[in-house]
Design a protein around this ligand. Structure first.
Ligand code: FE2
Length: 324
């Protein structure tokens, strides 16, 4: 019988990320480390449920998913292992990772206002808060509150101003909606280009994905719209992450940490903006041309753990506000 050194065992990554570029990244990791990577893709909630059901028998070594609130939920369910890595704590700013070191952000995304320049001028735009002003009546496009991106945006409003202010803000936005929430972030931009509303709340990378889409209609949509970063004179625009943690079930946490460390390497960090228009987490890594065109911006630096901590209140208050 041949005994393989343990580092040759494949790492299993449960991933909610659906980018071809991730596969290329893992290949590069395997080439440099000798550690094969096996990716299991599923919806975020499915992966979490699977991890819970499998417990210590889970084949997963790493959970890779979007939104800090989801990573926080995994940590709260005791599915993630606290890890010690100087490289991770040095390269990832503190607010983009779990203070208990069970999860780490590897890409940043900003949730911004996209507007149609024919119907909105730049000086009309200001903050998320300002979208609750009646001047926006019938003009705002945004997806459902069942979506975690909106829950996390609401959580950031709670963190910034408390429950009551966040509730009255959400009520204001609901009163100003161009239509009942429906569809994805991309659908909000499609509706915006068709004239169904004047502004949309979306994540920046979707603008990039549409601008570089194979579909000429989507390219035309993106070309017609402009990106605005809210709250620049205050706390900064709301950002979130794609991130990962090592599972408690992992039999090879040292190799799993190596993969996480690879994701903060210059190579990986440069790849994210180029491939998926997400922002790097490591300071000084080059952005894509498109991101440079959107411009520099100030981002909110609240600990993203707070998005998870406020998630339940956010959902409750959004429902109370009538945000479907
Ligand atoms: Fe997304």
């Amino acid at each position: 019988m041949m005994i393989l050194p343990t580092f040759l065992q494949a790492l299993t990554v449960y991933s909610y990320r659906h980018y071809e570029s991730d596969q290329a990244l893992f290949k590069q990791f395997t080439a440099s480390s000798g550690i094969p990577v096996h990716v299991v893709k599923a919806k975020a909630d499915t992966l979490l449920e699977r991890l819970k059901a499998e417990g210590q028998n889970s084949p997963a070594d790493i959970l890779l998913t979007s939104d800090a609130a989801r990573l926080h939920a995994a940590q709260q369910a005791n599915l993630l292992l606290p890890v010690t890595s100087q490289l991770l704590t040095q390269r990832i700013p503190a607010h983009l990772r779990d203070p208990a070191s069970t999860w780490f952000g590897f890409t940043q995304r900003a949730r911004v206002i996209v507007y149609h320049p024919d119907r909105v001028s730049l000086d009309e735009l200001n903050s998320y808060e300002a979208l609750a002003d009646p001047v926006w009546k019938g003009r705002i496009l945004v997806r459902s509150s069942a979506n975690i991106y909106n829950q996390s945006l609401m959580a950031s409003m709670i963190e910034a101003g408390g429950d009551r202010a966040a509730l009255s803000w959400a009520k204001g936005v609901v009163a100003n909606m161009a239509r009942p929430p429906q569809g994805s972030d991309r659908d909000q931009m499609r509706a915006l280009a068709r004239g169904l509303g004047d502004v949309a709340i979306v994540n920046t990378y979707y603008v990039g994905l549409m601008q570089n889409s194979k579909n000429p209609q989507d390219r035309a949509v993106a070309a017609a719209l402009k990106v605005f970063f809210p709250n620049q004179t205050g706390r900064g625009s709301h950002i979130n992450i794609s991130g990962a943690g090592v599972t408690r079930s992992s039999q090879q946490p040292a190799a799993a940490i190596k993969l996480l460390e690879f994701l903060v390497s210059e190579y990986a960090q440069r790849n994210f903006p180029a491939a998926s228009y997400e922002y790097p987490v490591v300071e000084g890594v080059a952005w894509s041309q498109l991101q440079q065109d959107w411009g520099q911006f100030k981002s909110d630096t609240i600990s993203l753990k707070s998005l998870g901590q406020h998630n339940l209140s956010a959902v409750k208050l959004l429902t109370q506000a009538g945000w479907r």
